[in-house]
Ligand binder design. Sequence first.
Ligand SMILES: Cc1cc2nc3c(=O)[nH]c(=O)nc-3n(C[C@H](O)[C@H](O)[C@H](O)COP(=O)(O)O)c2cc1C
Length: 441
Amino acid sequence: MKRPMHLNLFIQSRGHHEASWRHPGSSRLPLTDIGYTIDLARKAEAALFDSIFLADVLGLWNDVEKTPFNWLEPITTLAALATTTSKIGLIATASTTYTEPYNLARQFSSLDHISNGRVGWNIVTTWSPQAGSNFGGIGQVGHADRYERAEEYMAVVKGLWDSWSDDAVLDDREGGRYADAARVKPINHTGTHYKVAGPLNLPRSPQGRPVLVQAGSSDSGRRFAARHAEAVFTAHLEKATAKQFYADLKSLVAEYARTPEDVVILPGFSPIIGSTEAEAKRYADELNALTDPEIGRQRLSLRFGGHDFSHLPLDRPLVPEDFPDPRDNDAARSRTEIFVGYVRTEKPTLRQLLAKLAGARGHFTFEGTPEQVADLMEDWIDDGAADGFNLMPPVLPEMLDIFISEVVPLLQRRGLFRTSYEGHTLRAHLKLSRPSSPGAL
Ligand SMILES: Cc1cc2nc3c(=O)[nH]c(=O)nc-3n(C[C@H](O)[C@H](O)[C@H](O)COP(=O)(O)O)c2cc1C
């Protein structure tokens, strides 16, 4: 029996392809209709996915005229999903740069209670320049500073989650004791960026702590993940870079006294599935015909923190020197490393690069039959590139429906995916241990 894979459904807009919102296979419901998101989460749960995930960028991207890259606020959305699903894990992004740790700790603790232990936090430091301009107090924070703040942030949040031991609540009506005060402790944190007394105003949550997910893949991001993350989202345009990332992160975790199984690595995967390869390619052509390269050019600029690419012609092969050095990029550093690496190996024109990125913003895209999709997924797992996938359907719900009806049964027949849920928490689905209660501190 092979090692079963993990599957997360990344729900975003009407699909991950830039033009999905115009495609007949995408939903016509408003993106503000909670029924749309609930329906997708329920489909993923019926198909036994480990989790769903909602991103958050804390600002409107610069292309609202041409693409709906906006959606309901993720933490409140998770609360709605927690009461309308019962088994599937629920993961949302929240920013260490632009959220107070006390608030974040209690929101995710609350969600873990509301969902009976199914919540995960995607820890991001927020790269997008828009976020900086929306949070006037602190403004935009440089790459190194963001990760440095995030370190202190984690100490505070973990301390708050652990400020109640598992057995602190007595609820003894006859004896008149609600809690054992000796098991509820302040954290008295005073650091460079935060001063938080604690304790949290909520008992310890069902999973002990919500599952910690992370999605930054630069050098600093990897070190941060190796210290804290239990699941990692990552973007790759080629299997080769996904393999390097996988090997690097799994060996880094050992430096922090953790084992490779303590971190589940989930690269993004955006398949267009057809009953024949030609049908899948036709679908991709249909989608690509609905895109506008100028949207792609603006998005590229955003990833590089606002760099001006307006002078680049669309139809000459690119060279790495056409881009600023990603190592100096304060915005989406690892994603731009992936873009420039792809330019170095594949030498696309700007038009070709933008078409590639329109599919899933730098995640792996693929067109093929259900068998080819299952083969590819099996190969990535066997070849040490992934523990599972962050599925990013290019068009929602159509490509999710096809994945569930055509690919999931193939994976199950090959012994690569569960046929029932064995537990009811996200930790159980991901085979992660529950952090031990601090006990009497
Ligand atoms: C699947 C995935 C989801 C992400 N979701 C978010 C998000 O919701 N909000 C955000 O600000 N950044 C998000 N990111 C970006 C990363 O958190 C990170 O900020 C970015 O990769 C830059 O950091 P790095 O240079 O360390 O990689 C996501 C990345 C990946 C791969």
